[in-house]
Design a protein around this ligand. Structure first.
Ligand code: PMP
Length: 400
């Protein structure tokens, strides 16, 4: 059958990550490739209890159609939780979405016309590029370093006519980097001065190993910033539950677009999650996730220091799920991956995370789903492969 695909659909290519995940699902593979949270953190018992309660006490509303804006009590909970930063959030400024990925899609539909200039970090989250690209924008990659986007790169010329800046201030996917407070303030000042909309995508903000949250962009520029949050990394991604916090005038437009997409996010899921979070569950649960991820992050950092040959660089994340590795420029991480899979170890090449000018000597490592012993073994294998590709420049590698 020759489907009469739209221009949009024809332009789609399958995600490099999804293609790789197919191979990395094999059981003997040590995979640092997935962006998945650790299943060990899933709140199975709390879900059982909450599900039971919702079905026995409020089945009628939980199984019925609900408001497109989301379950009222959960909107209130999000508003109260986010008011802690000092900038008040009203429930009417909250829209519950089917994962924060849906929020990216709704915002793209609301704000991007073909050819619209949109500003993204270098590199940036691949899933956002997929959501935005369907609406045919013109990307501008804003210069960034190991701490995140450089405010001074946002000159009046770069900003002029841009529909928005897409920013990931906390433990960015893919690099794991966190934007320092001074840059947050500078970005917020630019947003306020130029009326530049900023999307603050923040699924990892709670996963700060020290539990020291930095002020959100939204609290620094409440009118310009569209804040995206998610229950995927603090409860479970299979719930598909996220939220947008933004000015009411944008929320109203997103609600219209969401109605066309899915009417509303499942009532049942929202009510179950409300039962869990309103009991204060996250206050105990999040520190457990942080402790597990911090342990695995440190295991990977130690293994990198032990096994990587000279010339390989990586960052030291203070939270989140990812480490970003920069190889010597002569190496190509996609070629390295082919060999790595033969050695039963996997990662994600960095190139697809660049909206423009891909850097093919970069790669992303996720440490959260692998235990420390296998982290050590996987990094040892990778270190050996990289050393081989560099032509045996690895005198200090153990001979095993
Ligand atoms: N934004 C970023 C930066 C992410 O890493 C992810 C998940 N990988 C998402 C959004 C989508 O998350 P959700 O499960 O809430 O749709």
């Amino acid at each position: 059958m020759q489907w009469p695909f739209s221009r949009r659909a024809n332009a789609l290519t399958s995600s490099a990550i999804r293609e790789i995940l197919k191979v990395t699902e094999q059981p003997d593979m040590i995979s640092f490739a997935g962006g998945l949270p650790s299943a060990a953190t899933f709140p199975v018992e709390a879900m059982q209890a909450a599900t039971q309660k919702v079905l026995s006490e409020q089945a009628e509303s939980a199984l019925q159609y609900g408001p497109s804006e989301g379950f009222g009590k959960l909107r209130e909970w999000v508003a109260t939780t986010y008011s802690r930063d000092g900038a008040e959030v009203r429930p009417s400024q909250v829209l519950l979405t089917t994962g924060s990925q849906q929020a990216l899609d709704l915002i793209a539909k609301a704000l991007i016309d073909p050819g619209s200039r949109i500003l993204v970090e270098t590199p940036t989250y691949l899933g956002a590029l997929q959501a935005f690209s369907l609406f045919e924008p013109q990307y501008v990659s804003v210069a960034s370093d190991e701490q995140g986007v450089l405010p001074e790169a946002l000159t009046a010329e770069v900003i002029a006519g841009a529909r928005f800046l897409y920013a990931l201030p906390n433990f960015q996917n893919p690099t794991g980097r966190r934007l320092p407070l001074s840059r947050r303030e500078a970005l917020a000042a630019i947003a306020r001065e130029h009326g530049l909309p900023v999307i603050e995508d923040d699924p990892y903000g709670d996963l700060d190993y020290q539990g020291e949250r930095l002020t959100s962009l939204r609290s620094l520029a409440p009118q310009q910033v569209i804040h995206l949050g998610s229950f995927s990394k603090v409860l479970a991604p299979g719930l598909r539950l996220g939220y947008v916090i933004a000015d009411e005038s944008l929320i109203a437009k997103l609600v219209q677009i969401k109605q066309a997409a899915d009417l509303h996010t499942p009532s049942f899921t929202q009510q179950v999650v409300y039962e869990i979070v309103s009991q204060g569950f996250l206050e105990e649960h999040i520190p457990e996730i942080r402790a597990l991820y911090a342990e695995r992050c440190h295991a990977m950092l130690a293994a990198l220091a032990q096994y990587m040959p000279q010339g390989v660089q990586w960052n030291r994340p203070e939270g989140g799920m990812f480490i970003w590795v920069t190889l010597p420029e002569s190496l190509d991480s996609t070629e390295l991956l082919t060999e790595a899979i033969r050695e039963r170890v996997a990662f994600v090449p960095g190139a697809p995370f660049y909206a423009t000018a891909p850097q093919s000597h970069t790669l992303r490592l996720s440490f959260v789903t692998v235990d420390p012993v296998r982290i050590d073994e996987g990094i040892r294998r990778l270190g050996r492969l990289i050393a081989n590709q560099l032509g045996g420049a690895a005198e200090h590698l153990p001979l095993v």
